[in-house]
Ligand binder design. Structure first.
Ligand code: FE2
Length: 333
């Protein structure tokens, strides 16, 4: 830096101009911006992806604030759109209701806020009884709380799962806040938590034309140690190759976390009707399904997307709500 002097921004606000050395490049900083970014100033909002930026919930905690929006209002009113997307960022999900019940509609839902993540399953995947299933999702069996596709890197961070038919006995849906469960593990068994944030787990999937693998931790934290991503899927976890002591500690911790995730008080249960479309954070919430009678008609059509596109759409909507140029922060949740 060569020198600094007082000036004004283009719109007349007090500012400081810095002349950089070498080269004499000039930069104008508004004083308000400098005050907000002083060392020791209050911490800036995060990127909306860690436990600190979100409301952690259990079944009782979410009961009075179940996030839902009607399709008509969601697509027509930007404030309703923003509130729905804000729920995905803050609570990990929203339930859209009254979504048109038609083939491939899920792709149009994803495109209201972002981009479809195509995978080896295609642009979308079917969840219904199939004659020769290669995945539990295609049977009537119960599925315990899990995140999808931990064998991908990057893993899809959002899932959409609209219901086209649900006349079967059973087949109710469940969601568990994995951030909350991880925080409970940290409070109750810090050693187990530490193991799950450290030991890489080999996740894998293969079929006749695909072989996918990713070695990631069950609980991922950011550089400040805040919970940021959960991966949990006992159908795609591979065999760990670690020293015996690490294996013992990992399996004890894995069991503790698995038991926590099965606690009924953590699981929000609800039943999908045709036209319902849950949109949920696949690296935060775990989803589950009770068993259902395979003779009944049950059909969901799922797709993956990513939360950065959703966060961008929300930020642009907020920019219109707050024309002061602010592009970060959100209402308390
Ligand atoms: Fe799943």
């Amino acid at each position: 830096m060569d020198r600094v002097h007082d000036t004004r921004t283009a719109d007349g606000a007090p500012a400081r101009e810095v002349v950089w050395a070498p080269g004499g490049h000039r930069t104008v900083y508004a004083e308000a911006w400098l005050r907000a970014h002083l060392p020791g100033a209050p911490a800036a909002p995060g990127d909306g992806r860690t436990e600190d930026d979100t409301y952690l919930w259990d079944a009782a905690g979410i009961a009075g604030r179940f996030p839902e929006a009607g399709w008509g209002a969601y697509t027509a009113e930007p404030t309703v759109t923003a509130a729905a997307l804000d729920s995905v960022m803050g609570l990990g999900f929203v339930l859209l209701r009254g979504v048109p019940v038609r083939d491939r509609q899920v792709l149009d839902v994803a495109r209201t806020f972002g981009f479809v993540r195509e995978t080896n399953y295609g642009e979308l995947f079917e969840v219904r009884v199939e004659a020769d299933p290669d995945n539990l999702a295609f049977t009537g069996a119960r599925t315990t709380p899990h995140t999808d596709n931990p064998y991908r890197d990057p893993v899809p961070t959002l899932q959409l799962l609209p219901c086209l038919a649900n006349a079967a006995q059973g087949g109710d849906s469940g969601l568990v806040d994995g951030f909350h469960a991880a925080a409970l593990l940290r409070a109750g068994d810090p050693e187990a938590y530490e193991v799950l944030t450290r030991v890489p787990v080999p996740f894998a999937f293969s079929d006749g034309r695909t072989e996918l693998r990713a070695h990631r931790r069950l609980i991922d934290t950011d550089p400040a140690g805040r919970i940021r991503e959960i991966r949990f899927n006992n159908r795609s976890i591979g065999t760990l190759q670690q020293p015996a002591g690490v294996l013992d500690a990992f399996h004890a911790a894995y069991r503790r976390f698995g038991e926590l995730l099965l606690r009924s008080e953590l699981q929000l249960e609800f039943r999908l009707s045709p036209g319902d479309c849950p949109v949920f954070a696949n690296t935060r919430l775990l989803h589950a399904r009770t068993a259902f009678a395979e003779s009944g008609d049950r059909h969901l059509q799922g797709a993956y997307a990513d939360i950065d596109g959703l966060a961008s759409t929300l930020a642009v909507l907020r920019r219109k709500e707050m024309p002061t140029g602010s592009t970060s922060g959100s209402a308390p949740r």
